[in-house]
Ligand binder design. Sequence first.
Ligand code: FES
Length: 167
Amino acid sequence: MMLSAETQEKIRAETERYPSRRTALLPALKLAQEERGYLPPEAVAEVAELVGVSHAAAWELATFYSMLRLEPEGRVRVEVCVQLPCALAGAERLLRDLSAGLGIAPGQTTPDGEVTLIRTPECFGACHRAPMARVNEVYRESLTPEATQQLLQELNAPRQQGRESAA
Ligand code: FES
C-alpha cells in the first residue's frame, strides 16, 4: 500500500457517497494526488482497488484529466496562459522563449527536477498585462522578450550556481 491510512479512509468515504463507483473515481484520484503530489502507476492501481473498478478504468480517467498529473512536478511551476487575450499579445512567443531557455517542451520538467513548464488555457485574470505566466503563485506580467529573458535568468540562476559549486 502506498497511500496513507487516512487517504485510504477518505477514498472509502467518497466511494460510499456515490451511487456509482465510477463517479467516486475522480475525487479518489484527486485525494491520492494530494497526498503524493502526482499519480505514479502504483497509486492509480491502489485507487482502482479501493474504489472497486478495473485498473484500466482508473488509467483511462487519470490520463484524460489534465489536472491529474502522472509525472512528478518541478519545485517551480511555470504556467503560461494561452487564452485569447494572452495569445494575441504573444503567449506562443513567450512559451517558445521559455522552452528554449529551459531546454524543455511544455508539459516537461527540467532533468534536475527543478522547473516544470505548463501551457494552460486557464485565464488568470491578468489579461490587461498580457502575455503573462504564473510562477508558483506569483504573477509575472507584461512578459516582453526582454522581461522573458530576465525571468529565464532568475529561473536558471540557482541551477547554474548549483552546477558550479558541484564542479
Ligand atoms: S487571457 Fe491570459 S491572463 Fe487572461
